[in-house]
Design a protein around this ligand. Sequence first.
Ligand SMILES: *[C@@H]1O[C@H](CO)[C@@H](O)[C@H](O)[C@H]1NC(C)=O
Ligand SMILES: *[C@@H]1O[C@H](CO)[C@@H](O)[C@H](O)[C@H]1NC(C)=O
Ligand SMILES: *[C@@H]1O[C@H](CO)[C@@H](O)[C@H](O)[C@H]1NC(C)=O
Ligand SMILES: *[C@@H]1O[C@H](CO)[C@@H](O)[C@H](O)[C@H]1NC(C)=O
Ligand SMILES: *[C@@H]1O[C@H](CO)[C@@H](O)[C@H](O)[C@H]1NC(C)=O
Ligand SMILES: *[C@@H]1O[C@H](CO)[C@@H](O)[C@H](O)[C@H]1NC(C)=O
Ligand SMILES: *[C@@H]1O[C@H](CO)[C@@H](O)[C@H](O)[C@H]1NC(C)=O
Ligand SMILES: *[C@@H]1O[C@H](CO)[C@@H](O)[C@H](O)[C@H]1NC(C)=O
Ligand SMILES: *[C@@H]1O[C@H](CO)[C@@H](O)[C@H](O)[C@H]1NC(C)=O
Ligand SMILES: *[C@@H]1O[C@H](CO)[C@@H](O)[C@H](O)[C@H]1NC(C)=O
Length: 496
Amino acid sequence: MMLVFFLLTIILEGCWGTEGCLEQERSALLRLKHDFFNDPFNLENWVDDENHSDCCKWEGVECNTSTGRVKALYLSSKRQFLYSTAGQLNASLLTPFQQLETLHLDSNNIAGFVENGGLERLSGLSKLKLLNLGRNLFNNSIFSSLAGLSSLRTLSLGYNRLKGSIDVKELDSLSNLNVLDMGMNEIEDFSVRPKDYSSLRRLHALVLDDVTIRDGSKFFQAMGSFPSLKTLSLQFSNFTGTVNSQETLDNFTNLEDLTLDYSSLHISILKSIAAFTSLKRLSIQNGRFDFKSFLLIISLCRLGHLQELHMGGNDLRGTLPCLYLNQLTGNISSSPLIHLTSIERLFLSYNQFQIPFSLEPFFNLSKLKVFSGEFNEIYVEPESSHSTTPKFQLESVSLSGSDIHATFPKFLYNQHDLELVDFSDSNLKGEFPNWLLKNNPNLSTLVLRNNSLSGPFQTPIQPHWHLDALHVSKNFFQGNIPLEIGVYFPSVFKFV
Ligand SMILES: *[C@@H]1O[C@H](CO)[C@@H](O)[C@H](O)[C@H]1NC(C)=O
Ligand SMILES: *[C@@H]1O[C@H](CO)[C@@H](O)[C@H](O)[C@H]1NC(C)=O
Ligand SMILES: *[C@@H]1O[C@H](CO)[C@@H](O)[C@H](O)[C@H]1NC(C)=O
Ligand SMILES: *[C@@H]1O[C@H](CO)[C@@H](O)[C@H](O)[C@H]1NC(C)=O
Ligand SMILES: *[C@@H]1O[C@H](CO)[C@@H](O)[C@H](O)[C@H]1NC(C)=O
Ligand SMILES: *[C@@H]1O[C@H](CO)[C@@H](O)[C@H](O)[C@H]1NC(C)=O
Ligand SMILES: *[C@@H]1O[C@H](CO)[C@@H](O)[C@H](O)[C@H]1NC(C)=O
Ligand SMILES: *[C@@H]1O[C@H](CO)[C@@H](O)[C@H](O)[C@H]1NC(C)=O
Ligand SMILES: *[C@@H]1O[C@H](CO)[C@@H](O)[C@H](O)[C@H]1NC(C)=O
Ligand SMILES: *[C@@H]1O[C@H](CO)[C@@H](O)[C@H](O)[C@H]1NC(C)=O
């Protein structure tokens, strides 16, 4: 019996599976084009020709190869040029696509779904997992249209006309939603009622860029009621309120990735962020933070899982009143940064940190792989008597743009995994560091432009196969670049 069924399946698939798309779906696509995407310069091969072409091969259409059913429609920017007016999409045109899993309708000037056009019919798309409605003209009434899509995993509503206060209750039925993007709208508040709140339990990524948050307490309380939330993006957000009670954050134990670039945050919110003890990645680039508020976050020292910290472009000068640690200044040696022992990548560029060229304060950060410290106040310490070696093996180090006036730092001698080294514009003295190439077989980019390196340009002791960018201009090398250089750096394409 099993065998017969199996054979039958093969025969059925053999007969129809490879014949292309279902007639019903083919004509639905043609109607969709006729009624909505009727821009003659788009979807040109969606035609009802005498050869009855296979719609699975049409632009933007993807079928399941064994069933021939449409499973994905990529219809981004298909009507925007000629038809710049707002459009109303008749949702019932989509109902034939019962097996649809992915639907991209972004950038099409869609203002809504036509009245009586079957909003409820959207719920017939019972397999739909990804719905991209970004860059359209949807207003808050879209939420009721989406109510039936309980299979949805990813929903993008970024760059639309959502306004004012959003009540998460409207999304209650989307119980399988993992990723929700509502950024770049005019959302001013985001409210939930934690007490009776039970949906969006699977939400793990939420993008709310460019929102204005009036009541920070309420907002974080709302966030805390998503038990699976791991990633939260609040770029360009404007927090006008304050966070008063620490208890609001008690349930906030899963957040791993927080992006606050270009956000204006009240200091009380920064304090609260320190309570997100599970954070692994924090990005607060180009914020309006001063050193005091920044260290307030970090110095609470509870971010024990942090692996990645981006904080370029802030004005981090000044001093900080004592928290746990002693008096803190812009001197990195006494900052709590050096206790973030899980950190893998530190991006400190364009600040005013005082960082010793030896990088000694970071020696205990055994997981550190990327150190980026361009344009800070790099200073050289007097020669240390005790010779400690770093616990890290860096893959990338850049300390360009500071007038360092020293020879290559000693910690570099112990590094073997380096792939990128940038010490440009640093007034470094000494000879071309042959040993750096020898010790680091994977080094691919070496930037030493604009220093005071001198001596004859030495040809490395052995050929180096991985180096593909070597910048050594504006130094005091004597003599000519040896002709054999191509032998020694066979893959260098930039030698400038
Ligand atoms: C239909 O198929 C025939 C033979 O393959 C071909 O010559 C003709 O150009 C096709 N017509 C269209 C509209 O593609
Ligand atoms: C195609 O459809 C069949 C039947 O629904 C399903 O088992 C299979 O996983 C699908 N294949 C792909 C690649 O989605
Ligand atoms: C929201 O969009 C719907 C559908 O286009 C429209 O009928 C309604 O008037 C809009 N509401 C507001 C407040 O603009
Ligand atoms: C929407 O499409 C359905 C099915 O094709 C049709 O019956 C209905 O009249 C359309 N509604 C509007 C408002 O065009
Ligand atoms: C933040 O929002 C407040 C209140 O709406 C407004 O006055 C202020 O200008 C906004 N700040 C920024 C940077 O957008
Ligand atoms: C934290 O979670 C518990 C149990 O789910 C709940 O009773 C409590 O109200 C939540 N606290 C906040 C501040 O949301
Ligand atoms: C920074 O602090 C360290 C240790 O506290 C100290 O040795 C060093 O001189 C300080 N550097 C500057 C530039 O203040
Ligand atoms: C690194 O750790 C060792 C042992 O735990 C400690 O003695 C030393 O002071 C630490 N160094 C720095 C720079 O924190
Ligand atoms: C060089 O790179 C290769 C491939 O990424 C890696 O397996 C190897 O361990 C690296 N060698 C060193 C010395 O880092
Ligand atoms: C070279 O580096 C110095 C700092 O050491 C800097 O002041 C100068 O502007 C740089 N010159 C060029 C041409 O980039």
